[in-house]
Ligand binder design. Structure first.
Ligand SMILES: [Zn+2]
Length: 132
């Protein structure tokens, strides 16, 4: 009998990451899934024994602690913050949803843009009227 693994999400695309990246990086971050990720490649001002403890935990509990060889960056989607490189790839379903509905989203954003433009013009007129 074949051993069937549960489906895993693919990683997010670089374009999606660029659009949703928080711009913060650092030595350790907690992902929305609960995993603790930490950077073992760069130098940081770690607390006494902190890095050694994390490295030990990553060996003992690899499902909960993940060592990265780069700075821990995050992206936030729908109020949830995910660490790039986390095995959960938790942001991927959001990218998939956007890709599945790209035409609808483009139509919505274009209509919304027109409404906002009209609203801005109306405010401008109202502003001019208020000054006179
Ligand atoms: Zn995660």
């Amino acid at each position: 009998m074949k051993n069937i693994e549960p489906p895993k999400f693919e990683e997010t695309s670089p374009e999606f990451e660029e659009a949703f990246r928080d711009g913060y990086g650092g030595c350790r971050r907690t992902c929305d899934c609960g995993r603790e990720l930490f950077d073992i490649a760069n130098s940081y001002d770690w607390e006494e024994g902190e890095l050694e403890n994390l490295t030990k935990l990553a060996t003992e509990k690899p499902e909960e602690y993940v060592a990265l060889e780069y700075s821990c960056s995050t992206l936030t989607v729908n109020g949830r913050t995910f660490v790039l490189g986390c095995p959960c790839n938790g942001a991927r379903p959001y990218e998939d949803w956007i890709n599945r509905h790209d035409r609808q989203l483009a139509a919505y954003l274009n209509k919304r843009s027109k409404l906002l433009e009209e609203e801005a013009k109306a405010l401008k007129v109202a502003g001019v009227l208020a000054e006179t």
